[in-house]
Design a protein around this ligand. Sequence first.
Ligand SMILES: C[S@@+](CC[C@H](N)C(=O)[O-])C[C@H]1O[C@@H](n2cnc3c(N)ncnc32)[C@H](O)[C@@H]1O
Length: 243
Amino acid sequence: MAEQYDNVGSKYEEFKNKAPLPIPERHTFLKLVGDLRGKSVLDLACGAGHYTRMLKEHGAERVEGVDISPEMVQLARRKEQEHRQGIKYHVFDAAKLPRLDGFDLVTAVYLLNYASTREELLGMCRSANTNLEEGGRFIACTIDPAFDLGKSNWAKYGFEVMSERYEDGRHICRARFRTEPPAEVEYFRWSAATYESVLAEAGFREVAWHPFEVPAEALARFGEDFWREYQENPLLIALSCRK
Ligand SMILES: C[S@@+](CC[C@H](N)C(=O)[O-])C[C@H]1O[C@@H](n2cnc3c(N)ncnc32)[C@H](O)[C@@H]1O
């Protein structure tokens, strides 16, 4: 898993800034995160720091990012050097993260879908829990457990799901970012029941699922028809819970 993003690298940033897919994701994530003033945030699977920087820009007092890929962390650190925001980045496997500190909020935008086993998924959720203060929130974006590749492959949004096969309690999925050249990734689609049992085992309560919302500007810009597949067969979903 570390190597796959070492190869995706800066192509991922291109996708994040140009493709339609991240528009509802950003809107939904920032709405869920809410008022960040005075808060400390740990961003797991921070990648090149796309949301890590945004969390700081939206008022968080202290932000740290963790990613397993040295290449992605190097890109994030380079951005920090170009424009200093006081963000610290660490290379760690989020499934085995020690307690770095007690944070008010832990975020994970597309971390949980890289857990290949239930044990790894539990490790990631435990890492989030260990790094939270009592009452702190964990907010994640992941693959929607109910996605149906038979209905659509999402290529028009910039991320094409190529195949899925069911094995050992989860779907193993292959997809490509429609960048130039395209970048392929493998990830896992877990069931809602597995997520919920793992989150409870890791010490979380008040688990809630939040479908992505397409913001009014995006509906106006691309037209309602464009977003139909996005809303009728969601590939992505957010979840929130509390320690
Ligand atoms: C789709 S990218 C998301 C990056 C960032 N959250 C964003 O939305 O721009 C997924 C990231 O998860 C990281 N990742 C995958 N498995 C991980 C693990 N076990 N621990 C930490 N990071 C991991 C990858 O290296 C990659 O940077």
